[in-house]
Write a protein that binds this ligand. Structure first.
Ligand SMILES: [Zn+2]
Length: 312
């Protein structure tokens, strides 16, 4: 804890969330690195909020502009992170501002945990504005993102103490009740903290970010692959995601092999034909050409062959 570079804090929170769920989609409001209310960050916790705007799959992020520019009575940014509507399969978080945002007001509400009672709370806490009405529940994906975020914030700026992430209802001195699930009703924040703390990384990152950046830069400098306009961070992300795609490809290959084995077994088990069977070779070929599993197995065979040639 203590004073740390605000941009670095955001990057670490995002990276930590990705470790917890590699499916995480991160989007960035242009200028996020410079955006803030003019005060200096001294983050030691985080606050969950709802925006009170109705969101949906077709209108996932209705409050994006407001969160950036603010209201007539309160200038933006109004959060550090925002949580658009999302599904569990596509958990999404939006980075709005690295520097302190106007979201938390003064603190000293009914349940501060270890967080300070202060009239200048915003420099001390990161804010996640989850974009949903509060009169209804978050989407399951948004709830998942709220948990990932809480665990990451606790780890990055809170010394691992999940009690340093709280709902606005707990810290507000003006009667806020967010994050809600029905009119005037706030989520069980102790339960939300407990489930956030239980999250465990889906995969370890064996390299430090510096190491990964160095590798990415080396690859680019050697001209392997054309990646114009990619920052080393993006390339690092691609490198980090590669094992996930490789795993998906391996699962697809296993499925194809299993299908082929089934066909072979069926042929072995079939009673011997008592009479010659006429085969329309052209029809069989046309049928196979329509079969995605057959095509995938052919592609795999070609790849294996190419790999063997490269290795020899
Ligand atoms: Zn709030």
């Amino acid at each position: 804890m203590g004073r740390r570079d605000a941009v670095q804090v955001i990057v670490e929170v995002v990276n930590k969330m990705r470790l917890l769920d590699p499916r995480l989609i991160v989007t960035y409001e242009p200028g996020w690195e410079k955006r803030g209310n003019g005060t200096t960050a001294n983050y030691e916790g985080g606050i969950w909020h709802h925006t009170a705007s109705s969101s949906s799959p077709t209108r996932p992020f209705p409050t994006q502009t407001l969160l950036r520019v603010g209201r007539s009575d309160l200038p933006g940014p109004l959060c550090n992170f925002a949580g658009p509507w999302c599904s569990v399969d596509r958990p999404t978080i939006h980075v709005m501002a690295a520097h302190p945002a106007n979201h938390a007001g003064a603190s000293g509400g009914r349940s501060m945990g270890p967080l300070p009672k202060t009239s200048l709370f915003n420099p001390r806490v990161l804010g996640l504005e989850i974009d949903y009405a509060g009169l209804t529940a978050m989407s399951p994906g948004q709830l998942h993102v709220a948990q990932l975020w809480a665990r990451a914030v606790a780890d990055v700026v809170g010394g691992g103490d999940i009690n340093r992430v709280r709902g606005h209802m707990e810290t507000s001195v003006t009667g806020k009740w967010d994050p809600g699930f029905a009119n005037g009703k706030t989520y069980d924040l102790n339960a939300l903290r407990a489930s956030s703390a239980r999250l465990t990384p889906g995969a370890d990152m064996p390299l430090s970010q510096q190491d990964a950046n160095l590798i990415a830069d080396t690859i680019v400098n050697r001209g392997i692959g054309q990646m114009p306009d990619k920052s080393s961070m993006e390339i690092w992300e691609a490198l980090r995601d590669a094992p996930i795609y490789a795993r998906q490809a391996a699962l697809a290959a296993e499925a194809t092999q299993a299908a082929v084995a089934q066909v072979q077994k069926a042929l072995q088990d079939a009673p011997k034909a008592s009479a010659p069977v006429a085969v329309d070779a052209a029809a069989v070929a046309a049928s196979l050409a329509q079969n995605p599993q057959f095509l995938a197995s052919m592609a795999k065979a070609v790849n294996d062959d190419a790999a063997a040639r490269m290795a020899s």
